[in-house]
Design a binder for this molecule. Sequence first.
Ligand SMILES: [Zn+2]
Length: 107
Amino acid sequence: MNRPICTNCQIEMKREQIGVVALYMYQQPPVPYKAIMVGKFRCSECNTEILAQFADNPFWECFHDEDAPNQNSDSVFVVYEKPTGNKVEPAISQVQIGGKGNIQSIS
Ligand SMILES: [Zn+2]
């Protein structure tokens, strides 16, 4: 089975965890609509982590009777339609507060 390649370090990524869940969200505020088993891989050099090698079909969908997988589980990774900015340092961190309480944003 082919493993993902880290394009930064040009080496194969190692599978760190099997049986993790990609939980797809839609709408605003986000609600789960499908869950797929997937592998979690990590680059041993730069520690970049990705999800890859998805199962062919979701094991849970929103029209099922049972609840969605628990988002707070360590083995469940939430997938949003758009970037949330949660992982990346947001631009707002560069906001400086002026002497008179003015907020100056650096754009
Ligand atoms: Zn790497």
